[in-house]
Write a protein that binds this ligand. Structure first.
Ligand SMILES: Cc1cc2nc3c(=O)[nH]c(=O)nc-3n(C[C@H](O)[C@H](O)[C@H](O)COP(=O)(O)O)c2cc1C
Length: 201
């Protein structure tokens, strides 16, 4: 896992590939959310370069360090988001909301307000939970946070992988129904990117 996603364009093997950044907000070894992103990476490998982004090196947000004062890892993350065609966010529900690690990344990426790298960026969102009912609140809060950044949350059926323990085996999402929902959301994201490429402002 690296903090620097490869750009899909420019080399002969991935000339027409869409470049996507995946973020989960879980730093846990064996994370179910990371497993979903990895499964999607494999599923769409012929069309998209989906890279799971390592958020561990991203420091806590501090408004004293904006613009040129941003830490180098944050500058790199913002440049990588800017360069990507879209994002795939798959987060575990933490205390009925977004995990702090992901929210922290969104907060850094959200500045300057309404003109940030997240503004008009197409984003597919999904959530995971070990429980039978969790995830929906995290998904909703992701939507609200991304709305505030003027991101284009892709219209798709909601993707919530509940009871994740039973649906994820050996680091891959194996439940056909959940996989269908997750791949449909990424298909919608790819369609939107193709229809409305790199629209800004
Ligand atoms: C701090 C914390 C808070 C959690 N809160 C919720 C919650 O509100 N709802 C829920 O369904 N699961 C909750 N969980 C369970 C997580 O969704 C579960 O541990 C999940 O597997 C973590 O995601 P990961 O596998 O991607 O690391 C919580 C877990 C932690 C560690």
């Amino acid at each position: 896992m690296t903090g620097s996603p490869r750009r899909g364009r420019g080399d002969s093997t991935s000339m027409s590939k869409v470049s996507l950044i995946g973020m989960s907000g879980s730093l846990r070894t064996g994370s179910y959310s990371n497993a979903v992103i990895e499964t999607l990476r494999e599923h769409f490998a012929d069309r998209a370069d989906l890279r799971l982004y390592d958020l561990a090196p991203i420091p806590l947000y501090n408004q004293d360090f904006e613009g040129e004062q941003r830490p180098p890892t944050v500058k790199r993350m913002l440049a990588d988001i800017e360069a990507a065609d879209g994002l795939v966010l798959c987060a575990p529900e933490f205390n009925h909301s977004i995990p702090g690690v992901l929210k922290n990344a969104i907060d850094w990426a959200s500045r300057p307000a309404f003109a940030s790298v997240l503004a008009y960026k197409p984003v597919a969102i999904m959530a995971t939970s070990r429980g039978p009912l969790g995830g929906a609140r995290c998904l909703e809060h992701m939507k609200v946070a991304l709305d505030s950044c003027l991101s284009r949350v892709t219209l798709a059926r909601e993707v919530i992988v509940t009871a994740a323990e039973s649906k994820i085996k050996d680091g891959r999402l194996v439940d056909e129904v959940s996989l269908g929902f997750a791949t449909a959301a990424v298909e919608a994201l790819l369609r939107e990117i193709a229809l409305w490429p790199r629209h800004k402002g």
